[in-house]
Design a protein around this ligand. Structure first.
Ligand SMILES: [Zn+2]
Length: 111
């Protein structure tokens, strides 16, 4: 079953395969939340969770902070509005690079 080791989070291992039942269930939940009032309100702020820039709400997509592939869940605490830039970066960067990117953003906002 699922193995999740927070201490080992530098090693980005895919632990929940997309074809698994768990993964599909969480995908389905995300879709339901995305259709609901909670998400509409959240997205209406227009602020990307990662870079904190302001966007037209329609440009923000729903992102799992902890990816489903790593055992993240489709719960409100794990779902954030995300701009296209950040979404692409998150997909293309290695997890460690993404962490560094986030830390650099935090450094700028939180001196
Ligand atoms: Zn962003």
């Amino acid at each position: 079953m699922m193995k999740f080791e927070p201490e080992n989070s530098d090693h980005f291992e895919v632990i929940v395969p997309p074809e698994s039942r768990e993964y599909k269930r969480e995908k389905e939940r995300a879709r339901e939340l995305r259709a609901g009032a909670w998400w509409k309100r959240k997205r209406a702020t227009g602020i990307c969770y990662y870079c904190r820039r302001q966007f037209p709400p329609a440009e923000l997509s729903m992102d799992h902070v902890i990816p489903l592939s790593r055992g993240g869940k489709s719960v409100k605490e794990n779902l954030v509005p995300c701009c296209k830039d950040c979404n692409n970066k998150k997909k293309n960067l290695l997890p460690i690079e993404w962490t560094e990117y986030l830390e650099s953003l935090r450094g700028n906002h939180d001196p």
